[in-house]
Design a protein around this ligand. Structure first.
Ligand code: 8YV
Length: 328
Protein backbone atom coordinates (compact mmCIF):
# COMPACT_ATOMS: atom_id res chain seq x y z
CA UNK A 1 0.00 0.00 0.00
CA UNK A 2 1.39 3.42 -0.87
CA UNK A 3 2.17 5.89 1.92
CA UNK A 4 -0.38 8.68 2.64
CA UNK A 5 0.30 12.08 1.08
CA UNK A 6 1.27 15.15 3.11
CA UNK A 7 1.72 18.71 1.92
CA UNK A 8 4.91 20.47 2.98
CA UNK A 9 4.55 24.23 2.57
CA UNK A 10 7.08 25.34 5.19
CA UNK A 11 10.90 25.46 5.41
CA UNK A 12 11.36 21.85 6.57
CA UNK A 13 15.11 20.99 6.64
CA UNK A 14 16.46 17.84 4.98
CA UNK A 15 16.80 15.74 8.14
CA UNK A 16 13.17 16.36 9.07
CA UNK A 17 11.99 15.72 5.50
CA UNK A 18 13.70 12.34 5.78
CA UNK A 19 11.74 11.53 8.92
CA UNK A 20 8.48 12.50 7.20
CA UNK A 21 9.40 10.43 4.13
CA UNK A 22 9.79 7.31 6.27
CA UNK A 23 6.00 7.05 6.41
CA UNK A 24 4.55 9.57 3.98
CA UNK A 25 4.79 10.89 0.44
CA UNK A 26 5.68 14.58 0.46
CA UNK A 27 3.86 16.96 -1.87
CA UNK A 28 5.80 20.24 -1.93
CA UNK A 29 3.93 23.53 -2.25
CA UNK A 30 5.90 26.81 -2.29
CA UNK A 31 5.46 28.77 0.95
CA UNK A 32 2.46 31.09 0.74
CA UNK A 33 1.05 29.61 -2.47
CA UNK A 34 -2.67 28.76 -2.34
CA UNK A 35 -3.02 24.98 -2.11
CA UNK A 36 -5.97 25.02 -4.52
CA UNK A 37 -3.78 26.79 -7.12
CA UNK A 38 -0.75 24.57 -6.58
CA UNK A 39 -2.43 21.17 -6.72
CA UNK A 40 -5.11 19.57 -8.86
CA UNK A 41 -8.23 18.18 -7.26
CA UNK A 42 -7.15 14.52 -7.59
CA UNK A 43 -4.00 15.24 -5.59
CA UNK A 44 -5.91 17.31 -3.00
CA UNK A 45 -8.30 14.39 -2.46
CA UNK A 46 -5.35 12.23 -1.34
CA UNK A 47 -3.91 14.64 1.24
CA UNK A 48 -3.87 13.38 4.86
CA UNK A 49 -1.77 16.10 6.49
CA UNK A 50 -0.31 19.56 5.98
CA UNK A 51 2.60 21.40 7.53
CA UNK A 52 2.44 25.08 6.56
CA UNK A 53 3.20 28.64 7.58
CA UNK A 54 0.73 31.35 8.54
CA UNK A 55 0.74 32.40 4.87
CA UNK A 56 -1.36 29.38 3.88
CA UNK A 57 -5.07 30.14 4.28
CA UNK A 58 -7.07 27.10 5.28
CA UNK A 59 -10.76 27.87 5.01
CA UNK A 60 -13.83 25.66 4.75
CA UNK A 61 -13.61 25.55 0.94
CA UNK A 62 -10.06 24.23 0.77
CA UNK A 63 -10.71 21.78 3.60
CA UNK A 64 -13.72 20.45 1.68
CA UNK A 65 -11.43 19.69 -1.27
CA UNK A 66 -9.32 17.39 0.98
CA UNK A 67 -11.73 14.73 2.33
CA UNK A 68 -8.88 12.63 3.78
CA UNK A 69 -7.29 15.56 5.66
CA UNK A 70 -6.66 14.65 9.33
CA UNK A 71 -4.14 17.22 10.54
CA UNK A 72 -3.07 20.79 9.85
CA UNK A 73 0.28 21.46 11.54
CA UNK A 74 0.93 25.20 11.60
CA UNK A 75 4.57 26.34 11.75
CA UNK A 76 3.54 29.17 14.11
CA UNK A 77 1.94 29.71 17.47
CA UNK A 78 -0.76 31.88 15.87
CA UNK A 79 -3.40 30.12 13.80
CA UNK A 80 -5.62 32.89 12.45
CA UNK A 81 -4.88 31.49 8.96
CA UNK A 82 -6.93 28.40 9.86
CA UNK A 83 -10.72 28.30 10.19
CA UNK A 84 -10.70 26.22 13.36
CA UNK A 85 -14.52 25.96 13.49
CA UNK A 86 -14.49 24.41 10.01
CA UNK A 87 -11.67 22.07 11.09
CA UNK A 88 -13.68 21.04 14.16
CA UNK A 89 -16.72 20.30 12.03
CA UNK A 90 -14.60 18.03 9.83
CA UNK A 91 -12.68 16.41 12.70
CA UNK A 92 -9.41 17.85 11.45
CA UNK A 93 -6.79 18.31 14.17
CA UNK A 94 -5.02 21.69 14.20
CA UNK A 95 -1.56 21.89 15.81
CA UNK A 96 0.76 24.85 16.47
CA UNK A 97 4.17 25.69 17.98
CA UNK A 98 3.69 27.33 21.39
CA UNK A 99 6.40 27.91 24.06
CA UNK A 100 9.51 27.49 21.90
CA UNK A 101 9.29 31.05 20.54
CA UNK A 102 8.38 32.94 23.71
CA UNK A 103 11.89 34.18 24.53
CA UNK A 104 12.75 35.23 20.98
CA UNK A 105 9.59 37.34 20.73
CA UNK A 106 10.15 38.84 24.19
CA UNK A 107 13.72 39.76 23.20
CA UNK A 108 12.42 41.61 20.14
CA UNK A 109 9.88 43.48 22.26
CA UNK A 110 12.68 44.61 24.55
CA UNK A 111 14.88 45.61 21.66
CA UNK A 112 12.06 47.85 20.48
CA UNK A 113 11.42 49.28 23.94
CA UNK A 114 15.05 50.32 24.27
CA UNK A 115 15.42 51.60 20.70
CA UNK A 116 12.27 53.71 21.06
CA UNK A 117 12.78 54.83 24.65
CA UNK A 118 16.39 55.88 24.05
CA UNK A 119 15.62 57.29 20.58
CA UNK A 120 18.33 55.12 19.04
CA UNK A 121 17.16 55.41 15.42
CA UNK A 122 17.68 59.16 15.48
CA UNK A 123 20.77 58.73 17.64
CA UNK A 124 22.35 56.53 14.99
CA UNK A 125 21.62 59.06 12.23
CA UNK A 126 22.94 61.87 14.44
CA UNK A 127 26.35 60.22 14.47
CA UNK A 128 26.40 59.01 10.85
CA UNK A 129 25.33 62.26 9.19
CA UNK A 130 27.83 64.41 11.11
CA UNK A 131 25.26 66.27 13.26
CA UNK A 132 27.15 65.22 16.37
CA UNK A 133 30.32 66.83 14.99
CA UNK A 134 28.54 70.01 13.90
CA UNK A 135 26.01 70.53 16.72
CA UNK A 136 27.46 68.68 19.69
CA UNK A 137 25.69 66.27 22.03
CA UNK A 138 22.10 65.29 21.16
CA UNK A 139 19.02 65.93 23.36
CA UNK A 140 18.67 63.74 26.43
CA UNK A 141 16.23 60.83 26.39
CA UNK A 142 14.35 59.14 29.24
CA UNK A 143 15.05 56.17 31.53
CA UNK A 144 13.41 52.80 30.82
CA UNK A 145 13.84 51.93 34.51
CA UNK A 146 10.82 52.94 36.59
CA UNK A 147 8.53 53.27 33.57
CA UNK A 148 5.28 51.33 33.25
CA UNK A 149 4.94 48.49 30.77
CA UNK A 150 1.35 47.61 29.90
CA UNK A 151 0.75 44.13 28.53
CA UNK A 152 -2.41 43.61 26.55
CA UNK A 153 -2.67 39.82 26.81
CA UNK A 154 -1.01 37.74 29.51
CA UNK A 155 -0.38 34.43 27.79
CA UNK A 156 2.94 32.63 27.52
CA UNK A 157 4.73 35.39 25.59
CA UNK A 158 3.28 38.17 27.75
CA UNK A 159 4.67 36.43 30.82
CA UNK A 160 8.22 36.23 29.43
CA UNK A 161 8.01 39.92 28.49
CA UNK A 162 6.84 40.66 32.07
CA UNK A 163 9.79 38.72 33.53
CA UNK A 164 12.22 40.61 31.30
CA UNK A 165 10.65 43.92 32.33
CA UNK A 166 11.19 43.06 35.98
CA UNK A 167 14.94 42.80 35.29
CA UNK A 168 14.73 46.37 33.96
CA UNK A 169 12.96 47.52 37.16
CA UNK A 170 9.83 48.45 35.22
CA UNK A 171 6.34 48.50 36.73
CA UNK A 172 4.34 45.87 34.88
CA UNK A 173 0.56 45.98 34.50
CA UNK A 174 -1.63 43.79 32.32
CA UNK A 175 -5.09 43.31 30.97
CA UNK A 176 -6.38 39.94 29.87
CA UNK A 177 -9.84 38.56 29.06
CA UNK A 178 -9.56 36.41 32.19
CA UNK A 179 -7.55 37.53 35.19
CA UNK A 180 -4.34 35.55 35.68
CA UNK A 181 -4.11 35.09 39.43
CA UNK A 182 -0.97 32.94 39.07
CA UNK A 183 0.91 35.75 37.28
CA UNK A 184 -0.32 38.20 39.92
CA UNK A 185 0.70 36.03 42.85
CA UNK A 186 4.12 35.44 41.27
CA UNK A 187 4.46 39.23 41.31
CA UNK A 188 4.80 39.38 37.51
CA UNK A 189 2.19 42.06 36.87
CA UNK A 190 -0.77 43.88 38.40
CA UNK A 191 -4.18 43.67 36.76
CA UNK A 192 -5.85 46.75 35.26
CA UNK A 193 -9.08 47.14 33.36
CA UNK A 194 -8.56 47.89 29.69
CA UNK A 195 -8.92 51.66 29.90
CA UNK A 196 -6.61 51.97 32.92
CA UNK A 197 -4.02 49.85 31.12
CA UNK A 198 -4.13 52.14 28.09
CA UNK A 199 -4.01 55.27 30.22
CA UNK A 200 -1.14 54.22 32.50
CA UNK A 201 1.28 52.47 30.13
CA UNK A 202 4.48 54.21 29.02
CA UNK A 203 5.00 51.24 26.70
CA UNK A 204 1.98 49.20 25.59
CA UNK A 205 2.88 45.77 24.19
CA UNK A 206 0.24 43.67 22.43
CA UNK A 207 0.14 39.91 23.04
CA UNK A 208 -3.32 38.79 21.95
CA UNK A 209 -4.21 36.47 19.07
CA UNK A 210 -6.07 37.83 16.04
CA UNK A 211 -9.76 36.92 16.34
CA UNK A 212 -13.05 38.59 15.40
CA UNK A 213 -13.01 40.16 18.86
CA UNK A 214 -9.46 41.55 18.67
CA UNK A 215 -9.41 42.73 15.03
CA UNK A 216 -8.95 46.55 15.00
CA UNK A 217 -9.34 46.52 18.79
CA UNK A 218 -6.64 49.18 19.13
CA UNK A 219 -8.12 52.06 17.17
CA UNK A 220 -8.68 55.80 17.34
CA UNK A 221 -10.44 55.66 20.70
CA UNK A 222 -7.79 53.51 22.38
CA UNK A 223 -4.89 55.55 20.95
CA UNK A 224 -6.51 58.72 22.32
CA UNK A 225 -6.60 57.21 25.81
CA UNK A 226 -2.85 56.49 25.69
CA UNK A 227 -0.35 59.07 27.00
CA UNK A 228 1.18 61.34 24.37
CA UNK A 229 4.58 60.16 25.66
CA UNK A 230 3.69 56.45 25.25
CA UNK A 231 4.92 53.92 22.71
CA UNK A 232 2.92 51.09 21.14
CA UNK A 233 4.69 47.78 20.46
CA UNK A 234 3.05 45.11 18.31
CA UNK A 235 4.58 41.67 17.76
CA UNK A 236 1.25 39.78 17.54
CA UNK A 237 -0.77 40.38 14.36
CA UNK A 238 -0.96 43.64 12.41
CA UNK A 239 -4.74 43.59 12.09
CA UNK A 240 -5.22 43.82 15.88
CA UNK A 241 -4.36 47.52 15.37
CA UNK A 242 -6.31 49.87 13.11
CA UNK A 243 -3.24 50.87 11.10
CA UNK A 244 -4.83 53.97 9.60
CA UNK A 245 -5.72 55.25 13.07
CA UNK A 246 -2.19 54.46 14.24
CA UNK A 247 -0.65 56.49 11.40
CA UNK A 248 -2.91 59.43 12.33
CA UNK A 249 -2.03 59.13 16.03
CA UNK A 250 1.69 59.09 15.22
CA UNK A 251 1.36 62.09 12.89
CA UNK A 252 -0.63 64.17 15.35
CA UNK A 253 1.58 63.30 18.33
CA UNK A 254 -1.21 61.48 20.13
CA UNK A 255 1.37 58.83 20.99
CA UNK A 256 5.17 59.17 20.90
CA UNK A 257 6.08 56.27 18.64
CA UNK A 258 5.62 52.63 17.72
CA UNK A 259 7.55 49.39 17.30
CA UNK A 260 5.93 47.11 14.76
CA UNK A 261 6.99 43.60 13.81
CA UNK A 262 3.63 42.91 12.18
CA UNK A 263 1.47 44.92 9.81
CA UNK A 264 -1.93 44.61 8.17
CA UNK A 265 -0.33 43.95 4.78
CA UNK A 266 2.91 41.97 4.79
CA UNK A 267 5.39 42.68 3.34
CA UNK A 268 4.68 46.30 4.28
CA UNK A 269 4.70 48.38 1.06
CA UNK A 270 7.62 50.83 1.08
CA UNK A 271 5.11 53.63 0.30
CA UNK A 272 3.43 53.16 3.68
CA UNK A 273 3.61 56.39 5.72
CA UNK A 274 5.04 54.25 8.54
CA UNK A 275 8.24 53.77 6.52
CA UNK A 276 9.15 57.45 6.65
CA UNK A 277 8.46 58.00 10.35
CA UNK A 278 11.54 58.38 12.51
CA UNK A 279 9.66 57.53 15.71
CA UNK A 280 8.69 54.11 14.36
CA UNK A 281 10.85 50.97 14.44
CA UNK A 282 9.85 48.38 11.87
CA UNK A 283 10.76 44.71 11.60
CA UNK A 284 9.77 42.16 8.95
CA UNK A 285 7.67 39.78 11.10
CA UNK A 286 10.77 38.27 12.72
CA UNK A 287 9.71 37.89 16.35
CA UNK A 288 10.52 34.18 16.15
CA UNK A 289 13.14 34.72 13.45
CA UNK A 290 16.29 33.30 15.00
CA UNK A 291 18.09 30.17 13.83
CA UNK A 292 17.56 28.42 17.15
CA UNK A 293 13.91 29.33 17.58
CA UNK A 294 12.86 28.58 14.00
CA UNK A 295 14.60 25.19 14.27
CA UNK A 296 12.71 24.42 17.49
CA UNK A 297 9.47 25.50 15.80
CA UNK A 298 9.95 23.35 12.72
CA UNK A 299 10.99 20.39 14.91
CA UNK A 300 7.75 20.74 16.84
CA UNK A 301 5.59 21.31 13.76
CA UNK A 302 7.06 18.23 12.07
CA UNK A 303 6.62 16.14 15.21
CA UNK A 304 3.02 17.32 15.54
CA UNK A 305 2.33 16.25 11.93
CA UNK A 306 3.95 12.82 12.20
CA UNK A 307 2.49 12.07 15.64
CA UNK A 308 -1.05 13.00 14.62
CA UNK A 309 -0.88 10.75 11.56
CA UNK A 310 0.67 7.83 13.43
CA UNK A 311 -1.90 7.91 16.25
CA UNK A 312 0.40 9.35 18.88
CA UNK A 313 -1.00 12.36 20.73
CA UNK A 314 0.78 15.47 19.42
CA UNK A 315 2.45 17.83 21.88
CA UNK A 316 0.63 21.00 20.81
CA UNK A 317 -3.01 20.80 19.77
CA UNK A 318 -5.23 23.83 19.15
CA UNK A 319 -8.46 21.77 19.16
CA UNK A 320 -7.68 18.76 21.40
CA UNK A 321 -11.37 17.81 21.47
CA UNK A 322 -10.90 16.54 17.91
CA UNK A 323 -8.16 14.21 19.14
CA UNK A 324 -10.46 13.10 21.96
CA UNK A 325 -13.25 12.33 19.54
CA UNK A 326 -10.82 10.33 17.35
CA UNK A 327 -9.67 8.26 20.32
CA UNK A 328 -13.22 7.21 21.19
C1 8YV B 1 5.63 32.85 12.12
C2 8YV B 1 4.23 33.80 13.86
O1 8YV B 1 5.20 31.61 12.45
O2 8YV B 1 4.30 32.06 15.44
C3 8YV B 1 3.62 32.92 14.88
O3 8YV B 1 2.41 33.09 15.14
O4 8YV B 1 3.61 34.66 13.36
C4 8YV B 1 5.64 33.62 13.39
O5 8YV B 1 6.44 33.01 14.35
C5 8YV B 1 6.95 32.72 11.46
O6 8YV B 1 7.08 33.78 10.62
C6 8YV B 1 7.12 31.43 10.68
O7 8YV B 1 6.12 31.32 9.69
Amino acid sequence: MSHPYVIVSAPVPEDLRTSIEANFNIVDVPVGKRLEDALDSDRLQEIAGIVCTVRTKLDEGVMASMPKLRVISNFAVGFDNVDVAAANARNILVCNTPRVLDSAVADLVFGMIIILGRDMLNGDTYVRDGTWASKGAPALTRDIRGKTLGLLGMGRIGRVVAKTAKAFDMNVIYHNRNRCSDAESEGLAEYRDREALLAEADFLSIHVPLTDATRNSIGERELKIMKSSAYLINTSRGAVVDEQALVEALKSGEIAGAGLDVMVKEPLPAESPLCSMRNVVLQAHVGSGTVETRRAMIDLATRNLIDALTNKQPEAMVNPQVWGSKAE
